[in-house]
Design a protein around this ligand. Structure first.
Ligand SMILES: NC(=O)c1ccc[n+]([C@@H]2O[C@H](COP(=O)([O-])OP(=O)(O)OC[C@H]3O[C@@H](n4cnc5c(N)ncnc54)[C@H](O)[C@@H]3O)[C@@H](O)[C@H]2O)c1
Ligand SMILES: N[C@H](C(=O)O)[C@H](O)COP(=O)(O)O
Length: 336
């Protein structure tokens, strides 16, 4: 399939009062300089008109009815597949009534990706608390999309140039991490990671570094036993999936530059063990990818940034990299 034949990517609207609309406009405005693949946004047209007015830029927009129109109009105008909002948007201020439209945008993009009409979906940030209060029953996009696309175990991977990290446990209280880690969970996420590194990212012989849970990776059981009881027993299955596996490594020394060069991805035991190094090293280009789904889904690594919404200060780099990576994964899957 040539570049022109490939379906476009679907961007979701994300939280309308956050920086999603601004970075979407900035990504589209950078499409030529950044050589971005065609995309459209599933969102409320007035939101983008208003954002362009606030930014003081003249941009062209094109409402579309089907994704295939996006590829035709993308060079000249930002294609928008419309959804309607239920409340006025004031940047930085959440309007609970708009939760329905936020979820509708995610559902439409997901269904278009499942149907093959979009090459994949790139989600703009949602405000988790706002959606929990509106009834969302899962922690975030990762689990929601897994349910909607058939119930596979989703694996959250964040990446930036030179580092990929996967947290085994994700959005749960730190106090519950040690007791909830199981051999099966580490094996399953490690195996999905190994397959994705090969199929989605084209790394023929993936190297996975596995983090310990405790300081100094437990110091042979003197500072905690999770390495001996739960992590080490999981490593054989990840090796059997074709990965070269090292670890459990002391978490404090596995992220310096020379250590990072020795692996393709780090399998970490909890959210912040994985995300702190990633977001510290390269917050402006970090990408969140959901591995293990039948569709391609990426996202910027940052949140809604309500504190700067509507002020023209948002950096589009992470969304641009998310668009680029979604296209790369879609290409690799099509070729596999
Ligand atoms: N994939 C997602 O949908 C996703 C990811 C992370 C966080 N969130 C949600 O976002 C909300 C806010 O989270 P938070 O405050 O912890 O993190 P955040 O990423 O929204 O903001 C953290 C800091 O970084 C700044 N920042 C973030 N993105 C920026 C950008 N592109 N350009 C310039 N500055 C930027 C913000 O202004 C803020 O000072 C929460 O509800 C959280 O759950 C959603
Ligand atoms: N843990 C991610 C982060 O902090 O960047 C983010 O919350 C992911 O959420 P989704 O499941 O909505 O992608």
């Amino acid at each position: 399939m040539t570049k022109a034949d490939r379906p476009p990517l679907a961007l979701t609207m994300g939280e309308p009062a956050g920086i999603g609309p601004e970075i979407t406009l900035k990504a589209w405005a950078a499409r030529k300089d950044e050589a971005l693949p065609a995309f459209f946004v599933v969102g409320a047209p007035a939101l983008y008109h208003e954002e362009a007015r606030r930014l003081g830029v003249e941009l062209a927009f094109r409402e579309i009815a089907t994704p295939d129109e996006a590829s035709r109009f993308f060079d000249a105008a930002l294609p928008i597949l419309p959804v309607s909002l239920d409340a006025a948007v004031q940047p930085g201020h959440l309007a609970p009534a708009n939760a329905r439209a936020v979820m509708q945008s995610i559902d439409m993009a997901c269904d278009l990706a499942l149907a093959g009409e979009a090459a994949g979906m790139v989600t703009n940030p949602i405000h988790k608390r706002a959606l929990y209060e509106a009834g969302l029953k899962v922690p975030g996009h990762t689990e929601y999309l897994a349910e909607r696309t058939g119930g596979a175990t989703p694996v959250m991977m964040l990446s930036c140039p030179g580092l990929r990290v996967v947290p085994v446990t994700v959005h749960q209280p730190l106090a519950s991490v040690a007791t909830s880690l199981t051999i099966a969970m580490i094996e399953e996420k490690g195996i999905i990671l190994a397959h994705a590194l090969r199929r989605d990212l084209g790394i023929a012989q993936p190297r996975i570094a596995v983090a310990g849970l405790n300081p100094h990776a437990g110091e042979e059981g003197h500072i905690g036993r999770e390495e001996i009881d739960v992590i080490i027993p999981a490593l054989a299955a990840i090796r059997a999936a074709g990965a070269e596996v090292s670890g459990p490594l002391p978490p404090d020394t596995m992220f310096h530059a020379a250590a990072r060069a020795r692996y393709d991805a780090a399998l970490c035991m909890y959210h912040d063990q994985a995300l702190i190094p990633l977001k510290t090293i390269d917050f402006e280009r970090g990408v969140n990818t959901t591995l293990g789904l039948p569709i391609v889904r990426t996202s910027p690594d940052h949140g809604t940034a309500l504190d700067i919404a509507g002020r023209g200060l948002a950096h589009p780099g992470s969304l641009i990299e998310a668009i680029r990576l979604a296209a790369e994964i879609a290409r690799n899957r099509a070729a596999s």
